[in-house]
Ligand binder design. Sequence first.
Ligand SMILES: Nc1ncnc2c1ncn2[C@@H]1O[C@H](COP(=O)(O)OP(=O)(O)OP(=O)(O)O)[C@@H](O)[C@H]1O
Ligand SMILES: [Mg+2]
Length: 472
Amino acid sequence: MNAFRSVGAQLALALALVVAIALGIVYAIVVPRLERNLVAAKIDALRRASEPIASTFDVAILGTPDLRLDVGERLSDISSRTNARVVIYDPLTLDSLSVIADSRQQRTSTAVQDDPIALEAAATVASAQGTLTRNDERYAEVAFPLYTSSGTVILFSSSLRDTLANVELVRRRVLLAAVPALIVAALLGYGLASVFARRIRRLERAADRIAGGRFDEPVVVSGRDELAQLGIAFERMRGRLSQLERARREFIANASHELRTPIFSLGGFVELMANEDLDEDTRREFLATMQEQVARMQKLATDLLDLSRLDAGQLVVDREPLSLAPLAEAVADEFAVVAQATGHRIDIEGEAEALGDELRVLQIARILVENAIRHTPPETAIRIVLGRDAGRASMTVEDEGGGIPAQDADQVFERFYRIEGNRASGSGLGLAIARELAALMDGALVLEVEPGRTRFRLLLPAGAPLREPALV
Ligand SMILES: Nc1ncnc2c1ncn2[C@@H]1O[C@H](COP(=O)(O)OP(=O)(O)OP(=O)(O)O)[C@@H](O)[C@H]1O
Ligand SMILES: [Mg+2]
């Protein structure tokens, strides 16, 4: 597998990307905002320190020649208190000022000559503040008009060097932190992904095992996360497939066994028939038995075909309105000869309208009536009762034979299941087919257990009740 396609590489890359984005946000948004806040705080502090000084500054000393000598000293005193350069201006014109005093008297004042903030304060006759860059250095400045009539202005200018140095430090730290943070994120991502990858590979191996038909080894699950849930789902699938596989093997074994018996029997009879010394009566007797075996094989083949179609979902049923009474009568007629031979009496009561497939309903009725004749002693009464049950159409086939023991009630519907000790057993497929057909028609086949009585009830979606034609 391409190394960059592995979960490890992808997760490592994703984590590194997240860290890079987070650091980028810090760098692009947080750092400039920090700078703005620090500068604003600096201007605020400067304003707070200088405002009381400006408001109490005695302008008179500027005009008094004796006191002028003191001005320089006073300004350096104010400068050290406010930690700012202090300059006093007089307006020359509307957009030019002349410096009349500067706390840095020893140096030239040309740099602060036309300070825009001082100009603004002079022009608006109100305090002004802001930042500006002078000789490659940024300053925070606050200016106040001193003598409103003459337009004298006092300016406090404080370097932002320290403040900006702090911001620069943060900026550099963020950039420096990015390298180890990205490495750690990538390593962490790779490590975490390796743990997941190991678990995914275990599931992959389990899936391969199941795909290869090896259902014996359970899927081992650790943890409680989504991967563990996936593992549990795999384990469920394995259990179900293993069950199906067992059922399939059993089905094939049972079906072959069922087919083998009549084939062996037929083989034996064919050999006996080859003996020409047989008298006519024996030959006829053998032929009758052979016909029975062939009929048994035919029924078995049809049943197996039905089951395989049911399993494959290939059996399509109609959903047409049906009157159940004529169907019950047709089945009773089919079995009339057999029933007469064994002294069984078949009665039909009631009527019901259902929705279903005529051929399949006939098939179910045949299975139930055949069972009622075959698995009960001679002379047993059989009733087919038609009616409604909880809004559904019902066909109940009941007999007064020995009944089915409660512990067998569920299993009689399983494929190839026959109750032990039953006199005349078939292949045990009839009820399994009947129940699946009923379900296919959105109905159900239920067994009501009662000692001495067997009652199978077929429930189908109810059809519209027959209406008398409306009188016009
Ligand atoms: N009316 C009944 N009275 C008593 N036992 C019954 C009755 N109907 C079914 N059984 C029992 O249930 C078992 C399963 O019935 P089912 O119809 O599935 O199979 P079968 O009749 O043995 O074979 P076939 O596939 O030929 O129908 C029967 O073998 C029988 O033991
Ligand atoms: Mg049967």
